[in-house]
Design a protein around this ligand. Structure first.
Ligand SMILES: [Zn+2]
Length: 170
């Protein structure tokens, strides 16, 4: 199965709000499998469909994050149904490689969605996994983690990203 190309934050698809998925067909199942492989290969915590160029309401996330294992699941049309507490911790993004920042997130969340069999699923998460869910939800809204920061900090990170991109191209 192919490893997909991850779009970086300069691609306009990252700014698109995702469309709800009406049909879970073989193509979508294949996409999700490819996204899981791509996440593992990139050593990511999760990946949203628009990060591989498809603005669908779907992401994969690694439930094994806090256990030091891998357990990737797919959520279709996810919605965060509860949020509690606050926590600031370091966050990065596969679409903004090598750039990290301290981001404030809810400490605990509940999220609902549909799995690839069409069944309703619900997860409760805290800590790093709760962060990963919130990060992927942001992607589905066309947001990036640095949108949660102030402008000065965000501009600084953008410059850092562009500099790293340029270094790679040289
Ligand atoms: Zn991301």
């Amino acid at each position: 199965m192919p490893i997909l190309t991850i779009k970086n934050c300069l691609d306009p698809v990252l700014r698109k709000k995702s469309q709800l998925i009406e049909n879970i067909d073989d193509e979508l199942v294949q996409l999700s499998q490819d996204m899981m492989e791509t996440t593992l290969e990139a050593r990511g915590a999760g990946l949203a469909a628009n990060q591989v160029g498809l603005p669908y309401s779907l992401f994969v996330v690694d439930l094994g994050l806090e256990k030091g294992t891998h357990e990737l699941v797919t959520l279709v049309n996810p919605v965060i149904t509860a949020m509690e507490g606050e926590e600031i911790a370091e966050e990065g993004c596969l679409s903004i490689p090598e750039v990290y920042a301290q981001v404030k997130r809810a400490k605990q969340i509940e999220i609902k969605g549909i799995d690839l069999d069409g069944n309703e699923v619900r997860y409760e998460a805290e800590g790093y996994l709760a962060r990963a869910f919130q990060h992927e939800m942001d992607h589905l809204e066309g947001s990036l983690f640095w949108d949660n920061l102030g402008k000065i900090k965000r501009d600084l990170l953008k410059r850092k990203f562009k500099k790293k991109l340029k270094e790679k191209e040289e």
